[in-house]
Design a protein around this ligand. Structure first.
Ligand SMILES: Nc1ncnc2c1ncn2[C@@H]1O[C@H](COP(=O)(O)OP(=O)(O)OP(=O)(O)O)[C@@H](O)[C@H]1O
Length: 389
């Protein structure tokens, strides 16, 4: 058994003044450009992650002339989650009417997975979004990962601030760095262990999803994972060896914060899977195919997560677990009718709640055919109203 968002309330987020939605398994938002569709997805993401995927500063997404934006969700297991973001960037988080002080508590209750136009450059951009892709999985599957990652980030920040301040380190600073490096090294070893373990578990799910979404590339797309440092040696030894270079650069060049995921395309002239041509997939795929690949990267994590949750002792007594919410902005963009159809049939089979946005009603017949429970909403100038199919 799993639970999902039943009721969502948003106030003063961009052009949405007040909106209340009763949600089902598949929720389709239809509206013109600038009507507020993405803002609603932004609200759900904000509740789950504590930040927007569009702007870091709350004053950018809080409605003009308002002091705060609020998002409130009632889940089908009876729990209530809320976030309030103020223009001074302060945050109030609530779970079941109690204040909580750690966003990760809400993230755990409401896993969200975003597929939007800005993620379409994920393969070409810096490593951060690809690293976050893997870390999303690790966070939701390994409870011990998050504290390690937080502790690593804290030490890294301290180390970088010393490196930034002085190119020539005093003996006190060197002693201080050495102590931090040993801590960093211990955290990095564990972070790598969790990432590697889940990266390996993820591979077959990724292959299956590619078979469904990009059958023409079956067996030709492979993932690789780099830890960000040479994992055959302790990180502190390597940090020590390159301390002078880091001091010149003013930051730490190697470590868990540099981990990355790559997608390779590999084929033989005869088209068989293992072979002699190897390229970054981003150099080969069309824009539409890239969207399907990025979608496959994200969606392939869901069955793995859900299989794992079935065995997770945290949910053993309640027999219920959170259902991931897939936020899919502008579902038809870049895709032809056949690709949209494949994407929707794949999504409908996955154990997730879906919130889709679209400029037109073209996808409604498929939504109706593939989901037994679906809702439609019209979005106009920030007003969201339920509509019948
Ligand atoms: N802080 C703010 N306060 C009030 N309105 C805002 C604020 N920030 C943005 N807006 C407005 O809110 C609307 C947000 O639209 P949104 O991006 O959600 O549209 P959309 O329906 O997803 O459109 P598209 O189909 O073009 O992506 C825009 O019209 C924008 O001008």
């Amino acid at each position: 058994m799993s639970f999902m968002i039943e009721r969502l309330h948003i106030s003063y987020l961009r052009n949405i003044q007040q909106a209340t939605l009763s949600m089902t398994k598949c929720n389709v938002l239809i509206g013109a450009n600038g009507s507020g569709k993405t803002s609603l997805l932004e609200g759900v993401f904000l509740l789950s992650r504590g930040k927007s995927f569009r702007h870091h500063q709350p004053k950018r997404y809080i409605q003009h002339h308002q002091a705060a934006a609020t998002v409130h969700a009632s889940l089908s297991d009876g729990s209530i989650l809320a976030i309030q973001k103020h223009t001074d960037a302060s945050t109030l988080l609530r779970l079941n009417h109690n204040t909580v002080y750690n966003q990760s508590v809400l993230t755990e209750q409401l896993p969200t997975l975003l597929i939007d136009p800005s993620s379409m450059d994920m393969l070409e951009q810096g490593s951060a979004s690809r690293r976050q892709l893997l870390d999303w999985l690790v966070f939701h599957m390994k409870q011990a990962f998050h504290p390690q990652w937080v502790a690593y980030q804290r030490l890294l920040k301290q180390r970088n601030s010393v490196l930034k301040r002085s190119r020539h380190l005093s003996s006190e600073q060197l002693t201080e760095l050495r102590a931090w490096d040993s801590g960093l090294s211990n955290h990095a070893a564990l972070i790598h262990h969790y990432r590697q373990h889940l990266f390996d578990a993820w591979q077959p799910y990724f292959e299956q999803t590619i078979n469904a979404l990009l059958p023409a590339y079956s067996g030709q797309l492979q993932l690789s994972y780099q830890a960000g440092f040479d994992t055959s040696h302790a990180l502190d030894v390597q940090l020590h060896e390159r301390l002078e270079q880091d001091a010149q650069l003013g930051y730490t060049r190697i470590g868990s914060h540099r981990a990355d995921i790559h997608v390779h395309w590999r084929t033989k002239a005869d088209g068989s899977a293992s072979g002699n041509i190897k390229e970054q997939a981003a150099n080969v795929l069309s824009r539409g195919e890239k969207k399907l690949l990025i979608t496959a990267l994200r969606l392939s994590q869901l069955p793995l997560l859900l299989n794992h949750a079935a065995h997770d002792e945290r949910y053993a007594n309640t027999r219920a677990r959170p259902t991931p919410v897939v936020l899919l902005d502008d579902v038809t963009a870049e895709l032809d009718a056949r690709a949209v159809d494949i994407l929707l049939t794949t999504l409908a089979k996955l154990p997730c709640q879906v919130i889709l946005t679209s400029l037109t009603e073209d996808i409604l017949p498929q939504v109706k055919a593939y989901w037994s429970e679906a809702s439609m909403f019209h979005v106009k100038q920030g007003n969201i109203s339920p509509a019948t199919f």
